[in-house]
Write a protein that binds this ligand. Structure first.
Ligand SMILES: [Mn+2]
Length: 326
């Protein structure tokens, strides 16, 4: 992504009045924080902003300044000139709003996924960015706007969560540089960590025990997976927003190279999240099934039952070992 592109995007923003900001279903900290940080800045320079996300805001992100402005009501949204798509590489992951994308509005695409099929000319896509928040940060600097406490809190949360608390391979120098500035501006890391990681509902913890019990490991030990069924969520009174981060657990096992969490969307459709320790390119695996993502974090939807998806994934685990030097 060139600095010229940033300049173009900033110049374009100045000429427009009304922005719809949207992000992927089952939003994470980057989706929420990046959207709110940019929206707050746009408002500061006199723009009208509407936030839309197809899924409810997960409990652990309800503390983010401005988060109550997110709407899920499609009918409430009046026409807009610009739609800003943040942290989403796949049109399908936008949910209902994807039908509107690219009709008449100009699309500003802000993302850090390696694969990105969002239509539109204004593409601020950088796979080397630690989070969409890094690109939002650069755009804010280009717009020469001050970072308020609310913006700082949103950006910090986005970077903290998308880097897995500075543990994942996307953790870069920019992440630390930005966070240093954001802490200087008043963000208290301990308080954010408490909100994000210390506010499990009883249901979420009970769901985690069910999910961990579903653990299966491939015979060659390089792949581990867990599953989430409808029955588990009904029993624990939880929803898809409660499984954020659970896919990390099978990856924690010593010796595994990649891991999956497979969740029943309905009886015939499964969502699979994939994570890698860095040797196996899981975006390539997701692409085979029509999905995408990053080298170490990706996902896809697949028609079929949990059992059929498992069979496919274990076959892949077998072939990955044979085709590489793991
Ligand atoms: Mn992200």
């Amino acid at each position: 992504m060139t600095s010229n592109l940033l300049k173009q995007a900033a110049a374009f923003i100045k000429t427009e009045d009304r922005f719809l900001i949207t992000t992927h279903v089952n939003p994470d900290g980057d989706a929420m924080g990046s959207s709110l940080a940019l929206g707050e800045i746009l408002k500061m320079i006199g723009k009208e902003v509407v936030y839309y996300c197809d899924s409810p805001v997960p409990d652990q992100y309800l503390f983010l300044p401005g988060v109550d402005q997110f709407t899920r009501n499609f009918a409430d949204i009046e026409p807009f000139n610009v739609v800003v798509v943040i942290d989403c590489g796949d049109l399908e992951r936008l949910g209902d709003i994807s039908k509107k994308i690219g009709e008449t509005e100009t699309v500003l695409n802000i993302d850090h996924h390696m694969t990105n099929n969002i239509p539109g000319e204004l593409r601020l896509v950088d796979a080397n960015a630690c989070a969409a928040a890094e690109i939002v940060y650069r755009l804010i600097k280009e717009l020469e706007q001050p970072i308020t406490h609310a913006v700082a809190l949103n950006l910090y949360t986005a970077i903290l969560t998308d880097t897995g608390s500075f543990r994942f391979s996307n953790t870069n120098r920019a992440a630390f540089k930005m966070c240093e500035e954001l802490v200087e501006l008043g963000v208290v890391p301990q308080l954010v960590a408490q909100q994000v990681y210390g506010t499990y509902s009883e249901g979420r913890l009970r769901l985690l025990t069910e999910v961990l019990n579903s653990l299966e490991i491939s015979p060659n030990k390089i792949f581990a997976m867990v599953t989430v069924t409808h029955a588990m969520m009904t029993k624990t009174r939880t929803g898809p927003g409660d499984i954020n981060g659970f896919v990390d657990y099978p990856r924690f096992i010593k010796g595994t190279e990649f891991a999956a969490l497979a969740r029943e969307i309905n009886e015939k459709k499964i969502h699979v999240s994939l994570r890698s320790k860095g040797k196996v390119d899981v975006s390539e695996i997701a692409e085979r099934f029509g999905g995408g993502g990053h080298f170490t974090a990706s996902g896809f939807n697949m028609e079929g039952t949990l059992e059929s998806v498992k069979t496919h994934l274990f076959q892949i685990a077998d072939s990955v070992e044979k085709s590489s030097q793991l």
